[in-house]
Design a protein around this ligand. Structure first.
Ligand code: G6P
Ligand code: MG
Length: 221
């Protein structure tokens, strides 16, 4: 049985994945690097450093320039999230959080972002959250399972009692590597390895999700 749900943040709780994309696009345009939405798909869920390495490709820059580019991208990102508010919660999220609380299911965040706490605060849901694993918590980022395992440890539950909700391929891989159940949000091409794939969290309930996941678990036994 599931005792805790660990949410990825960007692209699951709010559409901040779009702001990460826009910030990288601005940097890439200024630097004359080829980048677009399609290339960005490969960056979903990856930490800042790995994302920039990917965008640079074989363009060589000094360590100092690399560092400045990461700072600049984050500056653009922070500008973009200045105006986010509880209205930016993706459909179904607030409802699901309330249902989890009512059912005594623990709530965690497992994000690669160093801005996770700020985003949660702006979205007005930090008080729902029992544990946060973010870009400061572990050395090995997703697709390694460490981020989610760190959150599970804080929630004091076993990995097999955790349900992860993710929108990135790297995050689905991380959850599976940690021995956790995982719901993928988005297209099959991206999150098809998840135990259950949904378009989003709108029009679902904890009871429905729990049933669907336990069906899958039974069929895997
Ligand atoms: C999340 C997002 C990524 C982002 C990463 C690092 O995983 O999905 O797009 O690159 O966090 O975020 P940060 O806010 O620390 O640059
Ligand atoms: Mg995400």
């Amino acid at each position: 049985t599931i005792k805790g749900v660990i949410f990825d943040l960007d692209g699951v709780i709010a559409d901040t994945a779009e702001y990460h994309y826009l910030a990288w696009q601005k940097l890439a345009d200024e630097e004359g690097l080829s980048f677009d939405r399609q290339i960005n798909e490969a960056l979903r869920g990856l930490p800042r450093r790995e994302s920039l390495l990917h965008i640079l490709g074989d363009r060589h820059v000094s360590e100092e320039q690399f560092h400045q580019m990461m700072i600049r991208k984050n500056h653009y990102y922070l500008e973009l999230i200045q105006n986010i508010s509880p209205a930016d919660l993706l459909p179904g999220v607030r409802n699901l959080l309330a249902e989890l609380k009512a059912n005594n299911i623990r709530i965690g965040i497992g994000s690669s972002s160093k801005n996770a706490k700020e985003v949660l605060q702006r979205l007005g849901i930090i008080d729902f959250v029992d544990a946060i694993a973010d870009g400061y918590s572990v050395i090995k980022p997703k697709p390694a399972p460490d981020t989610f395992l760190h959150a599970a440890l804080q929630l004091k539950i076993n990995p097999c009692e955790c349900l992860i909700i993710e929108d990135a391929e790297a995050g689905v891989t991380a959850a599976l590597a940690g021995g956790m159940s995982v719901i993928g949000l988005g297209p099959i091409e991206r999150v098809g390895n998840a135990h259950l794939v949904l378009e989003n969290l709108a029009e679902t309930s904890w009871q429905t999700l729990e049933n669907q996941i336990s069906q899958v678990q039974k069929s895997l036994l």
